[in-house]
Design a binder for this molecule. Sequence first.
Ligand code: GLY
Ligand code: MN
Ligand code: MN
Length: 437
Amino acid sequence: MTETPPAPAPEVFAERRRRLLATLGADAAAFFPAAPAAVRSNDVEYPYRQDSDLLYLTGFAEPESAALFLPGSPEGEFHLFVRPRDPERETWTGRRAGLEGARERFRADVAHDIADLEPTVAKLAADRERFFAAVGRDPTADARTLRWLHQWRQARPRQGRGPAVLADPAGIVHEMRLYKDATEIDLMRASAAIARAAHGEALRRARPGMREFEIEALLDGAFRRHGASAPAYPSIVAAGANATILHYVDNAARLDAGDLLLIDAGAELSGYASDVTRTFPIGLRYSAPQRALYEIVLAAQKAAIAAVRPGATFDDPHRVALEILVAGLIDLGLVGGSVADAIEHGAYRPFYMHRTSHWLGLDVHDVGSYRSGDGARLLEPGMVLTIEPGLYVAADNGDADERFRGIGIRIEDDVLVTADGHEVLTAGIPKEVDEVE
Ligand code: GLY
Ligand code: MN
Ligand code: MN
């Protein structure tokens, strides 16, 4: 089992809240509800996963909860709404922190029963000008927010005040989440180390004749044994032409000698995702056409990683990768014309239809803007992004040379921007042709 760092200390969450409160300003209230539970079937729910913003600001992982922030309020700046202790219910559904735990362990200034949420927020935020709450994600939450706005609108002529502006907290909290603090970087390194162990095991144990789900089980088992709570997203285990389906999750086919196996799998540790892809031959060595495509993707991936440094833009790694991928496609005769023309007209798109990077953190496709003004955002220390170029030749692509049809390759690592360049968090997971073979 990998040594994993502990979950962030209460002081870490307190510091994040201090920054949020300072940024909000004294005329604002900010509201962060828990993620709703999701029904899997009938009366069975999916494993619960807290909303990432609420988790980031409070560490509170229970369902049916919410946080309200009131900068400068004499009634308390941090209000946490939770399920009260209830021994009978807890026997069925698990332990609760309760109101006392919310105050003591989670350092709420005031703890409330979640049953009182609606009237309490209506009252506590009634003297504010701006109300920060995410809308457009959950219709139930949206309806509640609209009811609050309706009440405040009705009261405003007589009270002379009340929130009249609804604002999205993403601009504040998602910007904070984009720059990982030391605690988060430790957890992301540890999440990456778990992914390294899991991918290593899959690479060693994959054999012709196995099924994709056996590899999935190996990965999931390794995640859990090393202390991760779950896969960070449904693991993709795609043999042969299944690898040309980007979000393939059937994971039921047989592994045939001579095919490639694409594994895109990452762990979730204290909420933090790793996101790693490797593509290796099943049993044998890369065939000549597999190797030709693989070496192009690997060269593109390494060059894109090398382009990650402070001052580069978010688009630079993609641009660098795309040029190498397209030059390679032209060399192999899969795309005609010049690199510049193929990029301008998108002739490569049948073979490379996704972007090279996304932010990574509490969410696999993490929050934070990719743009700054009219351009791509500059990379800065503390940001974490994936570098994941690929090439995919659909099995039924009649225009492509037959030897390449049904080959899908992606190589993905997680990269932290540092003061003087980058750190590959997922380094050490084999990807060189010699290492893999
Ligand atoms: N595993 C999802 C992604 O690579 O973006
Ligand atoms: Mn991935
Ligand atoms: Mn990814």
